[in-house]
Design a protein around this ligand. Structure first.
Ligand SMILES: Cc1ncc(COP(=O)(O)O)c(C=O)c1O
Length: 488
């Protein structure tokens, strides 16, 4: 085990340690492991874009954890008690109270999902010519800030983009870079500093409380606002407890509250935090609240539902409370850690240490024979789906954009993200994932690149269609049949 292994691994008499499932399964869903020939047809129809595959053709859906985490018995029971009302629903009041209790923020706005919060925050605070420093962007965050005329500055530390690292907090902001940005553009051009908990696109990597306190002190010095994207705050808090000495005996609730107290405005996608649907914006500052409030009825729905169904609202209230439970919040990180350590031992390039929402395989290292212009992360996702029926997500140049001259802006890192939705997969399914990835790594020389067939202008990774360069998918299929015979 690595030096920063989680304490949630349970030691076995045989000497090994495993991430034990700390729940039992009482509702199940049938999965579809199709033969490789069907997977090939499905991939062609989907234009080699895993977003366009259906679950009918997918064995393990590791596209994302968003909206795919398992709900608890208490969440589904709460959904039955929902109070349907356009205005003043008691379900909403229960959720509002829970948000106030956890984050200590008295002002709460509901939205239908995380990007809706980003839309409102960006419209309220970002003006043409503004500059927004942050640890790293998220796709929808970037799009909303840019649509409103802002420019993003990713001021991560040197450690952040290293694939192999044992740094416990790769999501930290580089304080000197933050000072430089403030000096270069001036406070009047910086509406806020954005911190993303368990930074999604660099491998679900957390920031430390120490770093957050330093950012706060710079923000205070210059009168700047801190916006916290708390979509993956539970995992970030869990890593603070695991990896930051001062917090090793702290309750998750104490850590969450301290992070909230260091922020001026918090928003989150409840598809991630709380394992339900919807989203929340919250703050203690009435001036900040007033700038956003009237946009909620305009874009989302009345202030007591914000585009969510009351059932989702009830599930969110319970899910938020369950986030405070170490036994729940440890489940994704400990499974990810197990997976990452195993494939790292096999020599397969993967982002280390394991992060908060999934394992991130380094596509540039895996397919080192492919130029970045041929989208190695997209090619790896497509090849891995063929090899396993497992769908991951491309987080590389396809998820990036083109510059004004029409050239691809090559991504800093090319990753295949395999999401580990909370409490969804068993350890034997994870073993299958490791096995098929190992087979693909041994046959990586067969995998070729991708090129565009139909490329949308905005957020192209969602709906774009690509095609293989050459006939590599057929060759990979032939090799699979040679090695696995009739097996699925
Ligand atoms: C860090 C982060 N912020 C914002 C969002 C957007 O949330 P949603 O998908 O609910 O719109 C996501 C979604 O994955 C996310 O990971």
């Amino acid at each position: 085990m690595s030096e920063i292994s989680s304490k949630e691994m349970v030691k076995f008499y045989a000497g090994n340690a495993l991430p034990l499932e700390l729940h039992k399964v009482r509702v199940v869903q049938k999965l579809h492991l199709q033969p490789i020939e069907q997977r090939y047809r499905a991939l062609q129809e989907a234009g080699y874009n895993s977003f366009l595959l259906t679950t009918q053709d997918t064995y393990l859906d590791m596209l994302t954890d968003s909206g795919c985490n398992a709900m608890s018995d208490r969440q589904t029971a709460a959904m039955m008690l929902a109070d349907d009302a356009y205005a003043g629903s008691q379900s909403y009041l229960r959720l509002e109270q829970r948000v106030q209790d956890i984050f200590g923020t008295k002002l709460v706005l509901p939205v239908h999902q995380g990007r809706a919060a980003e839309n409102i925050i960006s419209q309220a605070f970002v003006r043409k010519g503004d500059h927004i420093p942050m640890n790293y962007h998220f796709t929808t965050t970037k799009a909303h800030i840019e649509i409103n005329g802002g420019t993003l500055h990713e001021i991560f530390t040197d450690e952040a983009l290293k694939i192999k690292s044992s740094h416990p907090f790769k999501g930290n902001i580089d304080i000197n870079k933050l000072k430089n940005i403030i000096e270069t553009y001036g406070v009047e051009k910086i509406p806020f500093i954005r911190l993303e908990a368990s930074t999604n696109l660099i491998g679900g990597q957390p920031f430390s409380m120490k770093n957050m306190r330093e950012v706060r002190s710079i923000a205070d010095e210059h009168g700047l606002m801190i916006v916290l994207d708390a979509s993956l705050i539970g995992e970030n808090a869990y890593f603070i407890k695991q990896r930051e000495d001062e917090y090793k005996n702290a309750e998750i609730s104490t850590i969450l509250r301290e992070m909230a107290d260091l922020s001026d405005l918090i928003y989150f996608s409840a598809r991630k935090l709380s394992s339900s649907r919807g989203g929340i914006i919250c703050t203690n500052d009435e001036g900040i609240y007033d700038k956003m409030r009237d946009m909620v009825p305009l874009f989302e729905g009345f202030l007591t539902y914000g585009g969510m169904s009351v059932r989702e609202i009830e599930a969110m209230a319970v899910g938020l409370e369950e986030t405070l439970d170490d036994q729940m919040i440890c489940q994704s990180p400990s499974f990810i850690e197990y997976f990452v350590e195993k494939i790292d031992e096999l020599g397969i390039p993967v982002v280390t240490p394991g992060g908060g929402l999934g394992a991130h395989v380094d596509a540039k290292g895996f397919l080192s024979h492919l130029p970045q212009e041929q989208y190695p992360a997209g090619a790896l996702v497509a090849a891995f789906y063929l090899a396993s029926g497992i769908r991951g997500m491309e987080r590389g140049t396809i998820s990036s954009v083109r510059d004004e001259t029409g050239n691809d802006i090559l991504a800093d890192i090319e990753l295949m993200r395999l999401a580990f939705p909370r409490r969804v997969f068993t350890l034997s399914q994870i073993e299958y994932t490791i096995d098929r990835l190992r087979w693909l790594y041994d046959n990586r020389h067969l995998v070729g690149g991708l090129e565009w067939d139909a490329e949308p202008r905005l957020l192209r990774f969602f709906l774009g269609k690509l095609k293989p360069i050459g006939d590599w998918p057929q060759k990979l299929m032939e090799k699979f049949r040679n090695d696995f015979g009739d097996s699925l």
